[in-house]
Design a protein around this ligand. Structure first.
Ligand code: NAP
Length: 532
């Protein structure tokens, strides 16, 4: 049995920064990580084409000016491999590795109410006791795959995007079927198409994807960007998603038709690109008329790019999907790839998957032969990782019971009935709607401030009150109801998992407001928390 002040679960961006800050504060701390390397998302998602769709200069730690200065990003949007190198560099630079236990899966965490500590057990049977338990388990870390009957009898290979083999997969000369057209599928299609002799993409729901306009950094461009780093970070902090996207502050109605088109074109083309498209108009995610303008513009672009009208029509999102309602994909040549004769798209919304066969996939209308099946079918988002653990709070209450109707929390950080437990960038916080690294730093800094306060006041147990949690859950629901997000069937709403309660899980009103709220809570003597 090992006694600690803090135990952190997960060695992704969140766990690593939590370790750094806890050590700086002099706590006895360990990180337990189930993978055999650090990096979280960037450790597991090694599929071809994987890269971050938040710009590298923003999707990186801001806590160390030296780190910012010395790390040289090679592209506007870094590849998975580069981000993994960066995380490993951070771990070594700050000598964090000795406090990270790899290949260590947490299976059980029970709160000991008498001692006010968490007792945590790993799959190998090791036991840790720690005053504080930090769940840095990631919002998209539990892969989801359809239970395809017959997959065992399939004679070829199959892989999931989030469990990609370390050594890579060679698709040269092979017939490939790829299932799923979210961000992972959209990134993989152009890259797999370069190798495969034939690629068939099975799409259930067409979603919007926008061009990334990724470019390599020239040394001059990187130098110039770094010179303005503090300014860039400050602008990011005040942007709704925690990264500067040059948001238009005007509603569509405040602009002429010509101005609207110019704004849309700017965001679609080279100077803009990526998530800038989500900030074309101030009322884009709240006003259906405005959203339709953007959606219509993107639909026309798809038809301009994809030459075959049949393929273009399948790839074009339907009228009932708000632009951005499902998480926007950011691509490099996704739609263009369908102009290649050996790349096809099948609408498995219209002709659903039936099963796998020995030689491929069967839909209700056809058999598609292939050598490889690639699942890009997503995750049990935001709640999956916590629910996978036998996590029990006061009175033996399990997290599954607590979250039966959906993930309730106070500030997305605390779960009432689970004292001394913190969730980093979890449901009820901006999390997946924001630049994750920024949100992680915000949470960890705030947690450390709270723990300093607790130490100064001899506090041993910190928990959210039921009233504070209820009010926060209501606030999150009210904010989501003002937007178009609930109109889409999406993983944000839990729609991709059978039986998952339908509610919008992140806090939607933006990073700056969220930060002000948690600041206010802290300066109001940690209102909503019980400390004893
Ligand atoms: P996803 O967005 O959930 O997409 C899963 C895809 O699989 C959807 O197209 C879905 O169709 C399809 N699917 C699921 N079950 C299916 C079934 N039984 N039959 C047919 N199709 C099925 O998953 P993801 O692409 O892995 O992305 C998840 C999230 O990870 C992203 O939204 C993003 O937040 C993050 N991500 C980020 C990056 C990055 O660049 N930073 C890259 C990849 C992923 P439906 O739409 O019909 O459900």
């Amino acid at each position: 049995m090992k006694e600690l002040d803090m135990l952190v679960v997960g060695a992704g961006f969140a766990g690593i920064y939590q370790l750094y800050k806890a050590r700086e504060a002099g706590l006895r701390v360990k990180v337990l990580e189930m993978g055999d390397g650090v990096g979280g998302t960037w450790f597991w998602n090694r599929y071809p084409g994987a890269r971050c769709d938040v710009e590298s200069l923003d999707y990186s730690y801001s806590f160390s000016r030296e780190l910012e200065e010395e790390w040289e990003w090679s592209e506007r949007y870094a590849t998975q491999a580069e981000i993994l190198r960066y995380i490993n560099h951070v771990v070594d630079r700050f000598s964090l590795r000795p406090d990270i236990e790899l290949n260590t899966k947490v299976v059980k965490a029970h709160f000991d109410e008498k001692a006010n500590v968490w007792e945590v057990q790993t799959e190998a049977g090791e036991v840790y006791r720690a005053r504080y338990l930090v769940m840095a388990t990631g919002g998209l870390s539990v892969p989801q795959r359809p239970s395809l009957e017959g997959l065992d009898s399939f004679k070829g290979r199959w892989h999931h995007s989030a469990r990609w083999p370390n050594e890579g997969v060679d698709f040269s000369g092979r017939k490939v079927v790829l299932i799923g057209t979210g961000s992972s599928g959209v990134q993989m299609v152009p890259v797999i198409a370069e190798q495969a002799s034939h690629l068939t993409v099975l799409q259930r729901t067409a979603n919007f994807s926008v061009p990334a306009h990724n470019v390599p950094f020239t040394p001059q461009a990187l130098k110039a960007a770094k010179a303005r780093y503090p300014e860039r970070r400050a602008m990011g902090r005040e942007a709704i998603t925690g990264q500067f996207l040059n948001a238009n502050t005007k509603t569509a109605a405040e602009m002429t038709e010509q101005e609207q088109m110019a704004e849309l074109e700017y965001r679609w083309r080279g100077a803009g690109g990526g998530f800038r498209m989500l900030r074309t108009f101030a009322d884009q995610m709240s006003n259906p008329e405005t959203n339709r303008l953007v959606a219509e513009f993107a639909r026309k672009k798809i038809h301009e790019i994809v030459k075959d009208p049949r393929k273009a029509s399948i790839l074009t999102p339907k009228d009932d999907l708000p632009f951005g309602g499902k998480r926007l994909s950011v691509d490099s040549n996704y739609y263009e790839t369908f102009n290649k004769p050996h790349v096809d798209i099948v609408d498995v919304g219209a002709e659903p998957l039936v099963c796998a066969t020995e030689t491929g996939i069967r839909t209700t209308k056809q058999d598609i032969d292939c050598d490889d099946i690639v699942f890009a079918t997503g995750f049990d988002a935001l709640t999956g990782a916590l629910k996978a653990i036998d996590l029990r709070g006061e009175g033996g209450l399990t997290i599954k019971e607590k979250w039966e109707q959906g993930p309730v929390s106070y500030l997305g950080l605390f779960i009432s009935g689970f004292p001394n437990l913190f969730v980093v960038a979890g449901p009820g916080s901006p999390s997946v709607l924001s630049n994750m690294v920024h949100s992680i730093e915000t949470h960890v800094d705030w947690i450390m401030r709270l723990l300093k306060h607790a130490q100064q006041h001899g506090v041993q147990r910190i928990g959210a009150t039921q009233e504070a949690e209820d009010a926060w859950v209501q606030r999150c629901a009210d904010e989501a109801a003002k937007t178009l997000y609930p109109k889409a069937k999406s993983w944000y709403m839990g729609d991709n998992i059978d039986g998952k309660p339908r509610l919008f899980m992140p806090f939607v009103a933006g990073v700056p407001l969220y930060r002000r709220i948690i600041e206010e809570v802290a300066s109001n003597n940690y209102q909503g928390l019980q400390m004893s």
